[in-house]
Design a protein around this ligand. Structure first.
Ligand SMILES: Nc1nc2c(ncn2[C@@H]2O[C@H](COP(=O)(O)OP(=O)(O)OP(=O)(O)O)[C@@H](O)[C@H]2O)c(=O)[nH]1
Ligand SMILES: [Mg+2]
Length: 711
């Protein structure tokens, strides 16, 4: 008897490879929303074209059900979300990625193509469908936004459409979830047919056409859309008449500024209470942990394992949060540090926990409410379609300075973080335009700058949300003006050339999704907390050590605890570094303690805040009382009794942080996207020089005008 070979057994047991399913369609038809809805994910979506610029994959486990409704073997589907494209003849790098993936040049031929069309704009979005259908691949057409179409009175007859297209057609709404099960089933039928399928051979709609093939496609799409949709009475509110105003040169600009100001105003009006709650919680936690820690020297043998193990556990948690892999070097370092922490005198351990760890994290986390509120409202604005109108208004200004109109979407993304912004610059066709955009993007205010702005706003205008909002809007505007003027200079010098105009399809106004805004906000909050719990925590601990050691010789006498604390900070490594660079930053109004913050913030901008908490916390008498950072900073005085954080210093600090390049990951992405370190270095040098000079001018002007007190 023949024994089955081990190979046959293995292949019989191992699951079949997943079938690949592509989500294809024009920009902004809801491909990513469908992808998220089908895969239960939360990839970025927004109501303007060009959001997705890379392939994104998710594996959908699909259970095949037999005739007795019993689950058979499962086989997975690999769903791939593509960037939007208007035709298979690509016009930009991200369209090329999509076109190459569809044609199989990238990753092989897919098992199924889901062409997503927009039910509110069938005729336009079917043009691409005509090209895809001619590839004769297994295809399903998903008519998305069916909810929006119906509220406008548009009825789609999917059976008629299916007949004309010669493939399954499903009406869906990624927003409400309608039709998703049916879509899943249709995809499954296409990739795993239960009945034999005849080879597909569709006639081309341009076959035999004598005129322009594009015109023939548009005519075909018009005909198909006309025959399969009916226009009934609209129940939705039409806002398109607003566009006359919102896209006009001056009214549009004023509206954009007013909208942004209102968002900032909301941030300051709404964040006050959650901020004080967080501050109180951290203060309370610091006190409780302080009570728990032993005051008397313990038995060393007993104490050592407790301290070393807790340090190891915290480091392991931070590594996990940051998704950093352990290496022999980092592992040895962590073990060494944990041993040192175990051997530390008890008072140093207290200080490490209370000022280094809790103080460092608290300093940054209090700004979480502002970040959440900002992202919530920005997402609502994006989803409503208003931001595309903003793009339209800005395009005129941008083109005048040599930036392409298409740079607007990257610029908008860069307000969350420069990295997705730089990636989104792939939508720009010409290399020069793309390069200039990438070089100026990090000047726009990213969320890592927010804690610094909020701290300065609280220092200067703690009691006036309106003034704080104005200052905030000013900081954003300064970043924008700096980006535009730098682009102008670059276009006149290093990368000459005219900017290409933008053909922006104004998306329809849509009711924004609160759910989407909520989840985007949670995502940003999570990223921020992850950063606080990993990178910032580790930097805080290092900074604490640098600000604590070496210790002052015991022999010296000081008049008070405060002067002793000051002297010991000055004696530490951090203090020495601060003193060393003091002459460089003194003309900007920074004292050596702020300099310690500036040096550390080159690791990550928001570290400034935690560094100031540590540096000033260490100099404080009874530092473990629950006083907020802002109050502590406000009370700081220089040797001559003048306030350290005067109006002039605060503005100078703000301007420095608006303009300086303090983000290594951004530099790495710039190098990757431009293919050369040359551009990343140029970015660093010009931004940091610009920051220095601008802060110098601001400080010297304000100081000359006598603004050396807090308003
Ligand atoms: N009302 C409604 N809105 C939807 C639906 N699907 C998507 N949207 C909205 O349409 C907009 C565009 O959605 P995306 O998923 O980003 O579109 P996309 O096709 O991935 O866009 P690109 O990545 O730019 O090509 C977003 O504002 C979504 O909230 C739907 O079924 N109904
Ligand atoms: Mg998308």
């Amino acid at each position: 008897m023949n024994q089955p070979s081990a190979f046959a057994e293995r292949t019989a047991a191992s699951p079949p490879p997943p079938s690949t399913v592509l989500l294809v369609g024009n920009p902004n038809v809801g491909k990513t929303s469908l992808f998220n809805a089908l895969a239960g994910l939360r990839a970025k979506t927004a109501n303007y074209p060009g959001i997705t610029v890379d392939l994104r994959e998710a594996v959908l486990p699909v259970a095949a059900v037999d005739d007795d409704s019993r689950c058979q073997a499962t086989s997975d589907i690999c769903l791939i979300d593509l960037p939007g494209l208007y035709s298979l003849d690509p016009a930009s790098p991200e369209e090329e990625i999509a076109a190459r993936r569809i044609s199989g040049q990238l990753g092989g031929i897919a098992d199924c193509v889901v062409v997503v069309v927009d039910a509110t704009n069938m005729a336009r979005t079917l043009v691409l469908a005509s090209e895809i259908l001619e590839l004769n691949l297994p295809t399903v057409v998903a008519v998305n936004l069916i909810d929006a179409a119906e509220s406008r009175g548009i009825q789609v007859q999917t059976d008629r459409l299916s007949e004309r297209l010669g493939c399954p057609v499903v009406a869906v709404s990624a927003r409400t979830g309608r039709g998703l099960a049916e879509l899943r089933e249709s995809i499954y039928q296409v990739v795993k047919p239960t009945k034999p399928v005849l080879p597909i051979a569709r006639a081309s709609c341009v076959a035999g056409c004598t005129g322009c093939p594009y015109a023939a496609r548009f005519d075909w799409a018009d005909g198909v859309a006309g025959a399969s949709t009916q226009q009934g009475e609209s129940h939705g509110v039409q806002l398109e008449w607003l566009d006359r105003w919102l896209t006009s040169r001056w009214v549009g600009l004023v509206a954009l500024l007013a909208v942004m100001f209102s968002v900032f105003f909301l941030i300051f009006s709404l964040a006050d209470i959650p901020m004080s709650v967080i501050e109180t919680c951290f203060g309370w936690a610091g006190d409780r942990i302080g009570d728990l820690l032993p005051h008397q020297p313990l038995n060393r043998l007993l104490w050592f394992p407790i301290a070393a193990a807790s340090s190891l556990a915290v480091a392991a948690g931070a590594f996990k949060l940051n998704e950093t892999r352990w290496t022999p070097v980092s592992g040895t370092l962590v073990v060494l540090v944990s041993v040192l922490i175990g051997l530390m005198p008890l008072e140093d351990f207290r200080s490490l926990v209370i000022e280094g760890v809790i103080g460092g994290i608290a300093g940054v986390v209090v700004f979480l409410p502002q970040i959440c509120i900002l992202f919530f409202f920005i997402t609502l604005l994006e989803d409503s379609g208003y931001m595309a109108r903003g793009a339209f208004v800005m395009e005129r200004i941008m083109r005048r300075v040599g930036l392409p109109g298409k740079a607007f979407v990257p610029m908008l993304s860069a307000h969350a973080c420069a990295i997705p912004g730089i990636m989104a610059a792939r939508t720009i066709e010409t290399w020069r335009d793309r390069l200039v955009t990438i070089l100026v993007l990090p000047l726009l205010t990213c969320s890592a700058r927010l804690p610094v702005y909020v701290m300065v706003a609280a220092l200067l205008f703690g009691d006036s949300p309106a003034k704080a909002a104005l200052m905030f809007a000013g900081a954003y505007l300064l970043g924008l003006i700096a980006a535009l003027s730098t682009a102008f200079v670059l276009k006149k010098t290093v990368v000459r050339g005219e900017a290409s105009p933008m053909i922006l399809e104004l998306p329809r106004y849509r009711l924004p999704s609160l759910r989407n805004a909520w989840f985007t906000m949670l995502d940003r909050a999570f990223v921020f907390l992850r950063q606080a719990g990993s990178t910032i925590l580790l930097i805080s601990v290092v900074l604490w050590a640098l600000a604590t050691y070496p210790k002052l010789p015991e022999s010296q006498d000081y008049s008070s605890d405060l002067t002793r604390a000051q002297a010991s900070l000055e004696y530490s490594y951090a203090g020495r570094a601060g003193r060393l660079v003091e002459p460089v930053f003194a003309p900007l109004g920074f004292d050596w303690k702020i300099d310690v913050g500036i040096i550390s913030s080159f690791a990550a901008r928001e570290v400034l805040v935690s560094t100031l908490s540590i540096v000033y916390g260490l100099g404080e008498e009874g530092a473990d009382d629950a006083r907020g950072l802002v109050e502590t900073l406000r009370d700081q005085t220089a040797a001559d009794g003048s306030p350290v954080f005067s109006t002039a210093t605060c503005f100078s600090l703000l301007v420095f942080f608006v303009l300086a390049m303090q983000c290594l990951p951004t530099q790495v992405v710039t190098k990757r996207e431009t293919g050369s370190w040359k551009w990343a270095i140029l970015q660093f040098v010009y931004m940091t020089m610009l920051a220095y000079v601008a802060a110098l001018v601001v400080y010297q002007t304000l100081a000359a005008a006598g603004y050396d007190q807090i308003t």
